[in-house]
Write a protein that binds this ligand. Sequence first.
Ligand code: NAP
Length: 517
Amino acid sequence: MRGPFINEPTLDFSLPENAAAMQAALEDVKAQLGQRYPIVVGGERRETGQWISSINPGNLDQVVGEVAKAGRRDAEDAIAAAGAAYKEWRKISAVGRASVLFKMAGIIRQRKLELSAWMAFELDKAWDEAEGEVCEAIDMLEWNGREMLRLSGPAQLGNLRDEANMLFYQPLGIGVVIPPWNFPCAILTNMTMASVVTGNAVILKPASNTPVIGYKMFEIMEQAGVPAGVVNFLPGSGGEIGDFLVDHPKTRFIAFTGSKEIGIRIFERGAKVHPGQVWLKRVTAEMGGKDAIIVDSEADVDAAVEGIVASAFGFSGQKCSACSRAIVDAEVYDEIVDKVVQLARETVTVGPTLDGNANMGAVVDESQYQSILDYIEIGKAEGRLLLGGGRAEGNGYFIEPTIIADLAPEARIACEEIFGPVLAIVKARDFDHALEIVNDSEYGLTGSVYSRNRVKLERAREEFDVGNLYLNRKCTGAMMGVHPFGGFKMSGTNTKGGGPDYLMNFMEAKAVGEKLF
Ligand code: NAP
């Protein structure tokens, strides 16, 4: 029904025609800023009298939009609407459900630059990062659609002469989907549509920093043929409706991506069985990281320097996979430190990314801004500040790309997730010591090793304890279907989005045996 999976190609904005097309998309979207958007429950659009205001973090005077804020009553209605829609949706064939995903991918393909422009305004996401994310959303749909087709046939089982036995997968029921703000198009689409393609019905609670792009994606789901009630769009406060939805006895599963703190909270609350609940909830939680790049004494130094700078400062360090610590062998330490600082100084330009000039935009909101600045102050006392170190100019939450070296492995800025443009550099005695340092972490999401020594690379393959390890390559930029994504330890439940196991998180297996004679 569909050919082999191929990643969606990204655009090269150094070509004048692509840059002009992006400018035009930004102009179009600019003319639509400031509008109001409803919540949607069972297909019904509602205003609630309360609004979540979405502001461009790179231009604090610019209101991107206002989205109605749901309360508990709406959440209760959304659970009921999902329950009603689930009864019919689960009966639609896998082919029918997968077709909706392929159609959605097609619509997004046609609106790629428009959706990128919405993220440019709502997150100050640089053009290439925003367009790359839209392509990733397409990949997720194309991947999950094909995966559903693959998994829809009965599984091969052993044989008994007088019985016919089969095993097949069925949906779980009503789910709650809780994405983060940093990939508000791709992760939101992936968790929601993986739930949908497997036959579930969900309540989608977008992150409060990015509800407008959330609404745009919801509209495309409707356009692609997701029936009313199968996805209910419910922006609202995590603490208020989030807890309510997670605790609800009719909730069968929670698909979460976000911070360690909230992931743990959801995991713990999801474990409690409430009156009327007749299942153990399934919680998938993809959480934070403190991702490290090891530079070995036998590394290609220039490749390592490029990998570190790209992974540390792309999207202002606000990727769960961002390199926030470089662990460098003492033999090449001084050279690497000098070159990383030099490359960051020469290539990272801070400012509003909308006009395509700056390549590192603002951080997402005031609380993140304050938290990152606080961490920088801590880091100044813990190590040697080599670049940046404070706020940058502009009417937004701009922070200088910051590099702090000579840190002890146990320094706070070398251990805690900062989620901003701050790179911590630690000196290792040798490769053994480097592996010891990277693994002495509560997190285990991504990591890289730069070395020309095959023995060391193979040791890292076995011993570097992360869900996504890269050898002689940067630690960001996972591609769906190529680098199935998800971490170990306190980085999450290892769902491996974009991999062959992902849809299993949204289904349960049923075995049926029939006596023949
Ligand atoms: P967050 O603060 O944990 O929020 C994530 C989502 O949880 C938001 O939709 C938030 O809603 C909601 N939420 C907050 N409190 C809740 C509650 N009590 N019950 C239910 N939901 C609740 O994380 P974030 O700041 O959006 O995202 C950044 C974090 O995500 C970083 O730690 C990053 O490493 C991680 N991340 C991990 C991955 C991965 O694949 N491992 C990918 C991307 C990001 P509100 O917005 O309304 O508070």
